[in-house]
Design a protein. Structure first.
Lengths: 769, 735
């Protein structure tokens, strides 16, 4: 078998058994591990995925591995189901089981899968999110029978392509990017294949560092294999295999139980990704439909824009981004046993779209599509959780987390001739979306990597020849809401002890925010970068004993940079200011307790102006000015706190305002949608926070925030970004009666109106896991 | 009897007991325990001294009058952090960087969280800041990466900040500027202004003095915490010392620090942050002394109490240290002993995971209140200690030497309730609980050891704390460690106080020098000289003679493009040899991270220097040992005890302190009931007394293993099948 159409459209494993040659493997074989042995073995397997991570950081030792934890580790069953993965980069976990299953399907005959082998892969059409992620999977045999797979992946030091670091902002196709490599038998009979190693390293600008990263993966797999086999000696292969199977079964059961507490239904979300390459001024819709039927979830990306420019991800990146949302939202207490969750999730992808690009599209900037998918999935899943009668599940509904990453790479040489080149990691300190029951964490990190950190300013000033003028939390960057979105940050620096620094940017979320608010909460702020050029007053101010704290003090000319930028030269005396997106808000901001707004202002989370403009709260010297606040809030003022989640009417035909129970829309298949009866108004994107810019500055589209409010009480129940040229009624929610065995068909309001340009409809849907 | 003269004493105040160890002129050890008096800690302090002194036939007053040195282990700083009862503290920092303590490098959401909770986005929340926004002041000043001052301190702005802080009620001030460790000029200027403005009324901490290290967030936090806990800690130390002086104490008064050494009260009060998390440090100091006496080098210490297991590692006779720690999700820089706590203890609760049907142990603990079911204080849920009672390991009538009566029936019925749900016998369930907690502990010890680059099989395990010796043989077997030492008799549970009494004076001085290869010899030389001088001065202030001071200087070295810095000793600090330093670094890196793990092409850099000045107080310190001969005669005791690989209760010899004497040894199985702990000798172990008098457990029969998992192939992990496969043991014997 060859890679076949998978290498064209992207691989998704079949819903049934894998198409493999017979591969003798260990199973529980009727031996059920007892309650004690299970716990001992389970605990130890979890220890193994952590020990793999320890091994990777020790051997690789690179900053991206250690600070940003851009690696992942897994133990998988003989069938390629994920048992446990380590607490590291979650989207990368999604690539491991894909590569493992692909190897089983396509490498079983030639070159064969044997004891002592390991397979290397960085092909986005097989499993990785982008080419910089390299996976090595290793089958573990005991007495000639396959016991399990152990695997590791890392965002490797340079793997070639037209731009250092591997994000190519202007790639026309994958041929301008790092070369994808389908799974190779990289280690054979315990030895690295020297020929293949040299072939792989040859592509890199930093071959020695890449070699260390690959060695780290192999060392990690070796540790895991040795530990698994030690357990087999100790407990027997059936017990170990049985424990792995039971971990997944148990996790599946938890997910199934959780799903049983939720009504069937269908939830849809739409976002716009902005700017697909250098000099591009477009916006491109991406769509997610989440369908829940009984104990099964199906994610679909139908309606997403056709693949375009350097914006795309393969189906692997879409699945990875989606899973990175589903795992913490549905499996938060499962110790990362993703295999169980995956049994309950199906993916329907439309090949040839931004979220499931076909070869040879550019996919090195997959972070845009994956982040978009992550953001869509958070919103869809939150709407679903919001429909639960169980408050424990409802309180976990959350607005969108800060996204996408402001990908900014600095490179060059310092005064001593030392070369540098690396991603700025400050945007790791990003705001979380607000939860139904709690504000979003300010500068809390990234939900897709539970333990990543941002570097100290002193680390940055040592790695890069820069001087950082300020790095702060950005007030009101988090979306306003009854529960406030988490703030993100802003940093400004100037070249120091060097003539110039080269800056490359490959990001999005510039013209419009991607981090959506939920149920009336406003989106988090946009990404953005500014370049202060010309003659600045920096030297003069420093000499006068002042450290400037805003570009306004500095003279010169401030240029708003676009999200795709190549080879920008930042000269000595100039300033680069970078801000990053923040978390979305939850519920109508006018429903926020004025005292909470006061506390926000006193803790510099919010300016007094934003308190007035976004929250309708006037502050005076004595605290909240109640009269002025009442006047500002007017009819929208709420007297009682309420849970900002729309409810269904008793007959389940209508959606009701969470504040006053008036009808806001229909839950009937042809009723016009969940927001049919709302009053619609518009808000300018740049009015959302001081960090947002006019969309027209970057794109040729009329972009606004569309706000839906209750006609009876004025409470905002939904606020979402729209392109006025593409005015679809989304988001959508339709919920079946709880416990209904079968949900209605495909009737997603607004989404069925086809006519998406360029889709062509020629590509069949892939319906696989 | 003539009044004895005491050379040294250690008093360690814990949550429940205050422990005291007094060391006589002849090296003999007298230990005492007294309940901790929370209202006024000094009462328990003095009471414990009285109990210990009484063992030497002295009263407290006589003991205090003769005592030359008294050291104190206190949780006062830790408690201030836990209760958030510290001083109103202001931070003055570099313009543009006042948010560093709020950003917390994004890590504050999850720092220190157990891994089980990491993925739950609802759990992680940053802590309430120690300094409110309104008390953070930014002033104009700036140095760069090379320590070059780009902007001198705005003195007027500094004065204004101090005044504003005081007006808002701040009583403690922290000053932390960017790159101050590379050039402290601006911070020194700030200190001068502060001192002038403060009129002696402010507690002042300055970052280059508290934690001169690379990384502004962690350095700033150390400085802030120092000020936050400063006033109350200083006044507590003053109060204790005052009380002691009033009672005739004329010796030196010292305080235990988290770096494993002690400092005199005056020094410690300046840097109270060094007292934070100093609780477990005493035990490592005692272990260090023990290894010296045994001529050994490598050990893992395991202190298992009611709620947690504290794990420490000594390599080459010295405890491993770390550069930073976490308190309340704040990460702060401070060289401290590398001690990790995991949630397995005697009070850990056993429960059934409804979904998987698996038996789980912890992390919830019954703590001291209500405690295990057997305590009879209303605890309903079965704990590890209850399992130990059911299995016959703990003697209900001789727990804590009989001080606490255990109720065997309550323990049994608590375990039986669980057994019913599992469909197992009570005995099987109790054995299962032990199996799981022992596996958790061995997994944790193993992970910590390998993560630091060491193989646990090459280490001696030291076991102490109330619950440790009851489990040590089982987790040692799992780890493949060949030997377990349990400090003798009542000292086992007083091991921390022992260490407090024995600890050397230690001062760790740091200098963050940033040098790239080839190193500038002049810069390195100058930094080393400054460091040495300053460290020497500090120890000399502690009444330590020059010939008793040992200096250990290390450079923190890393590959330029990698992140792991390792300590490379600079034995010839007078004239540092760069080439030799780099060679040693390459070798050491390969030892720790594996051959070829370093990216040499990127070059090597020094990111800091550290000088540890150790003032040796006593070179001849004897550890406690049993009396010359076994004292007890009469009927040998025995009772039925469950041994895993016999799957049955066997009549097992029970020994007490008095049954042991020099040259004593026994084959397992046996149970040794010491006053504060119970030592298990499983059938595959032997026990003997070593030359220092510690109980030494050694694995003798790997082929007839017992305990965890031995019989897993045919059923319960805890139900040993004879001749069960036990690969860890095989590994152990290979090592």
């Amino acid at each position: 078998m060859s890679g076949g159409p998978d290498l064209e459209n992207g691989y998704l494993p079949p819903q049934g058994p894998l198409r493999t040659l017979p591969l003798p493997s260990w199973s529980a074989a009727g031996v059920e591990p007892d309650a004690v042995t299970f716990e001992v073995v389970r605990h130890r397997i979890y220890g193994i995925v952590e020990e793999q991570g320890v091994t990777i950081t020790r051997v690789s030792g690179s900053p991206v591995a250690t600070f940003a934890h851009d690696f992942a580790t897994s133990v998988l069953t003989a069938a390629g189901e994920t048992v446990y993965f380590g607490p590291y980069n979650q989207p990368q976990v999604g690539s491991i089981d894909l590569v493992t299953k692909w190897v089983m399907e396509y490498r079983g005959a030639v070159p064969g899968i044997r004891d002592g082998d390991m397979f290397l892969c960085n092909d986005p059409w097989i499993g990785v999110s982008h080419q910089a992620d390299v996976v090595i999977v290793c089958p573990v045999f005991h007495e000639q029978k396959l016991l399990c797979w152990v695997a590791s992946t890392i965002h490797a030091a340079d793997v070639g392509g037209s731009t250092p670091g591997g994000f190519c902002p202007d790639a026309r196709s994958v041929f301008d990017e790092p070369l994808p490599t389908p799974a190779l038998k990289y280690v054979e009979d315990g030895e690295v294949r020297r020929d293949l190693e040299e072939m792989f390293l040859r592509r890199s600008r930093l071959p020695e560092l890449l070699q260390l990263d690959l060695r780290a993966l192999i060392a990690s797999n070796n540790v895991a294999r040795e530990r698994m086999l030690t357990m087999v000696e100790r407990f027997g292969a059936e017990i170990v295999a049985g424990t792995m199977a039971k971990v997944i079964d148990d996790a599946e059961r938890v997910v199934a139980r959780r799903l049983a507490q939720l009504p069937d239904g269908e939830w849809s979300e739409r976002r716009y990704l902005d700017i697909a390459g250098l000099d591009d001024r477009g916006v491109y819709p991406i769509v997610m439909h989440l369908r829940k039927q009984g104990g099964e979830l199906t994610f679909s990306n139908e309606g997403t824009h056709p693949q375009v420019g350097a914006l795309n991800t393969t189906v692997a990146g879409w699945r990875a981004g989606t899973l990175a949302a589903a795992n913490p939202m549905l499996g938060y207490d499962l110790m990362y046993a993703a295999g169980g969750l995956l049994r309950r999730i199906a993916f329907e992808s439309v090949p040839g779209t931004v979220l499931s690009a076909c070869h040879p599209a550019s996919v090195s900037n997959n972070m845009m599509g994956s982040s978009g998918a992550h953001s869509l999935a958070i919103s869809c899943l939150s709407r679903m959780l919001g429909a639960s009668p169980d408050p424990e599940l409802r309180r976990r509904a959350m607005a969108g987390a800060a996204t996408p990453f402001n990908v900014t790479v600095l490179s060059g040489a310092d005064a001593r001739g030392r070369r540098f080149g690396s991603l700025l990691l400050d945007p790791m300190g990003a705001g979380f979306g607000a939860f139904a029951g709690r504000d979003g964490q300010d500068t809390g990190g990234r939900s897709w990597d539970p333990i990543a950190t941002m570097p100290n300013v002193e680390y940055n000033e040592r790695y890069f020849p820069i001087l950082c003028l300020y790095r702060r939390e950005a007030p009101e960057s988090g979306g306003a809401g009854a529960l406030r979105g988490g703030n993100s940050g802003i940093v400004a620096f100037t070249p120091h002890q060097t003539d110039a620094i080269t800056v490359d940017i490959s990001s999005g979320g510039w013209a419009l925010p991607w981090a959506a608010g939920l149920f009336g909460g406003l989106p988090g702020c946009t990404n953005g970068s500014r370049h202060l050029t010309g003659t600045t007053r920096l030297a003069e101010l420093l000499a006068a004993g002042r450290v400037p704290q805003s570009l306004d003090e500095l003279g010169g000319e401030a240029r708003e940079l676009p999200p795709r930028q190549r080879d920008l030269q930042l000269q000595a005396g100039e300033i680069f200011e970078l801000g990053w997106s923040a978390g979305g808000g939850f519920g109508d901001p006018f429903a926020r307790d004025p005292l909470a707004v006061l506390a926000d202002v006193s803790r510099q989370k919010l300016s007094a102006e934003a308190a007035r403009a976004l929250y309708g709260v006037e502050l005076g010297p004595q605290g909240v000015d109640e009269a002025a606040t009442a006047a500002l809030r007017g009819a929208r003022a709420q007297t009682q706190p309420f849970e900002a989640i729309p409810r269904l009417s008793a007959d389940r035909s209508a959606w009701l305002c969470p504040a006053c129970d008036a009808k806001i829309g229909s839950n009937e298949p042809q009723g016009g949608g969940y927001l049919a009866d709302t009053k619609i108004s518009e808000m300018a994107i740049e009015a959302l926070s001081r960090w947002n810019r006019e969309p027209r500055r970057f794109v040729d589209h009329e972009i606004v925030l569309r706000v839906h409010s209750c006609r009876a009480c004025g409470c905002n129940v939904e606020a979402h970004v729209v392109d006025l040229a593409d005015p679809r009624m989304l988001p959508a929610m339709r919920v079946e009666p709880l416990g209904a065995a079968v949900a209605a068909g495909a009737g997603v309001p607004g989404a069925e109106s086809a006519g998406i340009p360029g889709l062509g409809g020629g590509n069949p849907k892939q319906e696989m896991r | 009897m003539s009044t004895p003269v005491f050379l040294s004493g250690g008093v360690d105040i814990g949550g429940t007991f205050t422990d005291c160890v007094l060391i006589g002129q002849d090296g003999r050890v007298y230990a005492g325990k007294s309940p901790t008096t929370r209202e006024d800690l000094t009462q328990g302090f003095l009471a414990a001294i009285e109990v210990a002194a009484a063992k030497a036939g002295a009263d407290a007053a006589a003991a205090l009058a003769s005592l030359q040195w008294l050291a104190h282990g206190t949780t006062v700083a830790t408690n201030i952090m836990v209760q958030r009862s510290g001083a109103s503290t202001a931070l003055i920092t570099t313009r543009g960087h006042g948010d560093a303590i709020f950003l917390q490098r994004a890590a504050g959401r999850v720092a220190g969280l157990p891994r089980t909770e990491l993925l739950d986005l609802m759990v992680g929340v940053k802590p309430e800041p120690l300094v409110p926004h309104s008390l953070v002041f930014e002033v104009d000043e700036r140095a760069d990466v090379d320590g070059k001052v780009l902007v001198e301190l705005d003195r007027e702005g500094m004065r204004a900040a101090v005044r504003a802080a005081r007006e808002q009620g701040a009583v403690a001030i922290a000053v932390a500027f960017l790159w101050s460790f590379a050039n402290p000029a601006n911070e020194r200027a700030a200190r001068e202004i502060l001192e002038r403005e403060a009129e002696g009324e402010l507690f002042i901490s300055v970052s280059h003095e508290v934690a001169p290290s690379w990384g502004e967030y962690e350095r700033t936090m150390s400085t802030v915490i120092n000020s936050y806990v400063g006033p109350e800690t200083a006044s507590y130390i003053d109060r204790v010392e005052g009380e002691l002086r009033r009672r005739g104490f004329g010796g030196a008064f010292a305080v235990m620090k988290s770096d494993g050494g002690v400092a005199t009260a005056r020094e410690a009060a300046q840097r109270p942050v060094t007292l934070l998390s100093s609780g477990p440090a005493g035990a490592l100091a005692a272990t260090q002394r023990m290894l010296e006496a045994l001529g050994e080098r490598d050990a893992i210490t395991t202190d298992m109490g009611g709620t947690s297991l504290d794990i420490g590692i000594l390599v080459g006779g010295r405890p491993l240290t770390v550069d930073s720690s976490v308190v309340d999700r704040f990460e702060f820089h401070l060289p401290t002993l590398d001690i990790v706590s995991v949630g397995s203890g005697g009070g850990s609760i056993a429960w059934i995971d409804e979904l998987s049907g698996a038996l789980k142990v912890g992390p919830r603990s019954a703590g001291a209140q209500p405690g295990p079911a057997a305590y009879g204080n209303g605890g309903q849920e079965p704990t590890v200690a209850d399992a130990n009672v059911v299995l016959g390991y703990l003697n209900p009538d001789y727990f804590l030497g009989g001080a606490l009566k255990l109720d065997r029936e309550l323990a049994e019925s608590a375990v039986a309730r669980l057994a019913q749900q599992l469909g197992l016998s009570t005995l099987q369930t109790a054995a299962g609980i032990r199996t799981i907690v022992d596996a958790q502990m061995s997994d944790a010890i193993r992970m910590l050891t390998v993560a630091r680059g060491y193989d646990p099989r090459n280490f001696t395990l030291l076991s102490f704390g109330g619950a440790g010796p009851t489990h040590a043989a089982d987790y040692a077997r799992e780890l493949g460690a060949r030997r377990v030492l349990v400090p003798f008799a009542d000292v086992s549970s007083l091991w921390s106080a022992m260490g407090v009494a024995l600890a050397d004076v230690v001062h760790v001085e740091e200098a963050s020098v940033m040098l790239s290869e080839p190193f500038d010899a002049t810069v390195l030389q100058a930094a080393l000289t400054r460091l040495r001088t300053s460290a020497m001065e500090r120890v000399q202030r502690e009444r330590i003679a020059e010939q008793d001071i040992e200096l250990e200087i290390v450079a923190k070295v890393k590959y330029a493009l990698q992140v792991h810095a390792i300590d490379v000793p600079l034995p010839d600090a007078e004239r540092p040899d760069s080439e030799a330093l780099v060679t040693r670094f390459h070798e050491r890196y390969a030892e720790l991270y594996g051959p070829g793990a370093g990216y040499r092409e990127a070059g090597v850099e020094i990111i800091g220097l550290r000088c540890t000045a150790t003032g040796r107080r006593e070179r001849e310190m004897r550890l406690p040992r049993p009396a010359s001969a076994p004292r007890s005669v009469g009927e040998p005791r025995s009772r039925p005890v469950y041994w895993t690989h016999h799957r049955a209760m066997l009549d097992t010899p029970v020994l007490r302190e008095g049954d042991l004497g020099p040259g004593w040894s026994t084959a397992g199985p046996a149970v040794i009931e010491l006053p504060d702990t119970t030592v298990l000798v499983p059938p595959d172990f032997s026990a003997s007394l070593d030359e220092l008098g510690s109980i030494c457990l050694e694995r003798v029969a790997p082929e007839t293993s017992g305990g965890l998992g031995a019989g897993a192939r045919d059923g319960l992990a805890s139900e040993a099948g004879k001749g069960g496969r036990d690969d860890l043991a095989v590994e152990g014997s290979r090592a």
